[in-house]
Each structure stands twice: as structure tokens, then as C-alpha cells.
Write a protein that binds this ligand. Structure first.
Ligand SMILES: Cc1cc2nc3c(=O)[nH]c(=O)nc-3n(C[C@H](O)[C@H](O)[C@H](O)COP(=O)(O)O)c2cc1C
Length: 188
């Protein structure tokens, strides 16, 4: 994608890391179930503490469910994310399945699963956009998730890239891959 050319690496790195970004301009081209399963398969192979695999992906099973999923988003996210043909949520299991003790790294593990999904999406010409901006309290109710067991961490818009001109003007101006701090700032 041409927008990724605005990203300049500061060391040799595979192009997929620069090409992944979180757009807001999605097309209405549907994501086929087999394609979605490939994204899930990539997430499945993510590392996790003690191989606990604490992630749970919540996927709308029909159009009506998709509308309910969308209704949970903050208004600022609804402005653009409702155009994405698919919206899913990622929850993490708070406790170890065997002992029931608190698992302090489930969010880290779920982040790894998200990134695997995001990179696989790129391989399939798809984009994903994670969002923390949604109504957490209502999400447990609407998504039928047990709050004691799971933490609903993130919403993820999934789709093919669309026409940025379809976005509201202020979002059109922000529709480009972001930059990063200098590499040297990451370590000391
Ligand atoms: C945990 C998390 C929460 C985020 N929440 C939102 C959000 O609510 N709305 C939004 O538009 N973008 C959200 N983003 C997207 C970030 O703004 C974006 O990833 C960041 O600016 C880097 O840009 P890039 O993903 O295009 O490289 C979120 C990203 C992460 C990782």
C-alpha cells in the first residue's frame, strides 16, 4: 500500500511490519469465513505463559449480532468502524484454568495473539484496527461474557481497505500510517 511508504525503517526489517497499520477507511467487501479462520489460526499459534492460551475471540454470527457488537463502540469509533464488514472482540481469561489463581500475563498473551492475527491479515490483504474505546460494562451483557472469568480487552475492526474519501473530513486528514519514536529511544 502506497501510504506505507511514509514509514521509514531505521534498521533492516521485513516490510510487513511497516505495511501493517490501523486504517479507518474500510471497504464493504465481506470477509469470508475461511479467511477469518486463517486469522484465528494465526492467533492460535501465539505464545502464552505456560501455554495457557487465555484468549477468546467473540465473533458475530449474523448481521443482527454484528449490529449489537457495533453498538458497544464509543461514538468516536462508531463514526468509522461501522463501515468495516467485521467487528470482533478479544477477551482474556483472568485465571489459570488449572489452579484458578490470577494469571498476571493474560493481557500480554492476548496482545501476542492480536499481533499474530494482524500480521496474518496483512498477508491476506486485510487490515485490522484495534479499539479500546467501547462500553465495557455493557459489553459483558451484550456479548454474554462472564466478567468474573474474562476481561473483554479490545474490539477489532477487520476488513479490506476502502476509499478514504468516504470518511468524515477530519478523519480523512488523519488517514495515513503513523510514525514512531526513533529506534535509539527504545533502549538504553
Ligand atoms: C490497546 C489499543 C487501543 C486502541 N484504541 C483505539 C481506539 O479506541 N480508537 C482508535 O481509533 N484507535 C485505537 N487504537 C489504534 C492506535 O491509535 C494505533 O494502533 C496507534 O496510533 C499506532 O498506529 P498504527 O496501528 O496505525 O501503526 C488502539 C490501539 C491499541 C493497541
Amino acid at each position: 500500500m502506497s501510504q506505507s511508504q511514509s514509514r521509514q525503517p531505521q534498521a533492516d526489517v521485513d516490510a510487513q511490519f511497516l505495511q501493517r497499520w490501523s486504517p479507518r477507511a474500510f471497504s464493504d467487501q465481506p470477509v469470508q469465513r475461511q479467511t477469518l479462520l486463517s486469522l484465528m489460526e494465526a492467533a492460535r499459534w501465539a505464545p502464552s505463559a505456560a501455554n495457557e492460551q487465555p484468549w477468546l475471540f467473540l465473533i458475530p454470527e449474523n448481521e443482527e449480532a454484528l449490529q449489537r457488537f457495533r453498538s458497544l463502540l464509543n461514538p468516536g469509533n462508531q463514526r468509522w468502524a461501522c463501515r468495516a464488514p467485521l467487528l470482533l472482540y478479544l477477551a482474556g481469561r483472568r485465571h489459570w484454568s488449572k489452579s484458578g489463581q490470577a494469571n498476571y500475563t493474560y493481557q500480554f498473551d492476548c496482545g501476542s495473539a492480536f499481533m499474530s492475527l494482524a500480521l496474518q491479515a496483512g498477508k491476506q490483504n486485510l487490515f485490522v484496527h484495534p479499539m479500546a474505546g467501547f462500553d465495557r460494562e455493557r459489553a459483558y451483557e451484550v456479548l454474554h461474557v462472564d466478567k468474573e472469568k474474562y476481561d473483554i480487552i479490545i474490539a477489532v475492526a477487520v476488513g479490506y481497505y476502502g476509499d478514504a474519501k468516504g470518511l468524515p473530513q477530519d478523519l480523512q486528514e488523519r488517514e495515513h500510517p503513523s510514525r514512531r519514536k526513533d529506534l535509539a529511544e527504545m533502549f538504553s
